[in-house]
Design a protein around this ligand. Sequence first.
Ligand code: PLP
Length: 459
Amino acid sequence: MSSISTQTEEREPGLLHRSLIERPQKVVSGSGIYLTLADGSRILDGCCGAAVSVIGHGNKQVQDAIMQQYLNVEYVHTMAYTTSSAEELADALTELSRPFGLTKAYFVCSGSEAMDAAMKLARQYHFENGQPQRRNFVARRQAYHGNTIGAMSVSSNLPRKIPYDGALTLDNVSFVSPAYAYRGQRDSETEEQYAARLVQELDDEFQQLGPETVVAFVAETVGGATAACITPPKGYFEGVRKVCDRYGILLVLDEVMCGSGRTGTYFAFEREGDVRPDLVTLGKGLGGGYAPIAGVLISEKVVNVLKRGTASFVHGHTYQAHPACCAAGLAVQQVIKREDLVAKCLSKGAFLESRLRSTLGGAKHVGEIRGRGLFLGIEFVQDRASKQPFKPAVKFASRMQEAAHSRGLAVYPGSGTVDGVNGDHVILAPPLTISEEELEEVVRLLKMAYDAVEEALVV
Ligand code: PLP
């Protein structure tokens, strides 16, 4: 007995854990907005991992729904079978998306798979007589769409891409500027003029490639992980939609991070005027962390082309529309609806944003506080006046994450590279169930963390 336990203690951990912090903390339980660590301390989950746990942790209704699905049947293959969970989840989502022309849902297990599926659907949409007609994709710098080869190829998260670039990324993707007003909008421009310039740049890129060769333009509606909640300037997506329509190019909006109610409307694009995307990816908040589920919402226009049978959708995963994952997703959507969390997200987000502005808005290294709903980012800079970023070696965002964690708050750190500029930021994306008192606590802990990091920089 004792020799076995000694061996266990001395053994190298078997788990390959990719963590931003040197020694990841073991979490033993979660309830509401809190995680409990193995040493008994509590962490206020200010970011839901990466904007995942949209209804918070430990929800009994969701746990029961998953268990019930397991008791009924744990798995069926979609080539011949379906389940009520998958059908009802698709119905619940398309009830929300139908007014925008998105009539079908296709389920996979991750946001990356959803983006790959969307890219394949887009390419097949352009088939004629069984032959592909277009091959190019256009995406944006400062974007993240996932880690699989297709999704990584349309991403510009350079640290994740560089080791594979050229060998494991597609060569038919080109990039245009992100809608990133803090760094991209000129002093002489209005918001509308900035939007028009970005749309013109996209049009120019289509012209350069030959618009008849372009499959789709891919963009996050509100930029997340690599840019910290950058919101598009007024008129941007309406302009993008028009340019895409002019050439028959599909518009793919990635709402894996910003969708599922997080920005105060169920779909982030609802705030972008009359914009009807052709394909929309969802993930993270779809399953709220209770199960790995993501999906693609597909417009009637695309569905109809595939239905005509020039090409049925050539795609599939063993675990697509997994019954327990769909049961989890369905229960999460029911909680969101019953508790009116999307509407509440808007007012709670406004409250958090105003508290952040009054507490941290004037701080020496806070460049910008931005975002929408409960999806807020803070960009940190070396110098506020010139917007000069920190040198990467400073690792400001990682320091913020560590300092917040040691005070009992989880925040999502990040840095992105756009046109050679490194920006440090953290994202706040707490559960939509959080109360105003708890949001006050988020701000208090974040301020303490910031003060400690700033002080340590000076020394
Ligand atoms: N798209 C966006 C906007 C994301 O933020 C992410 C993940 O961070 C993905 C896609 C990829 O999702 P997943 O990590 O579930 O594969």
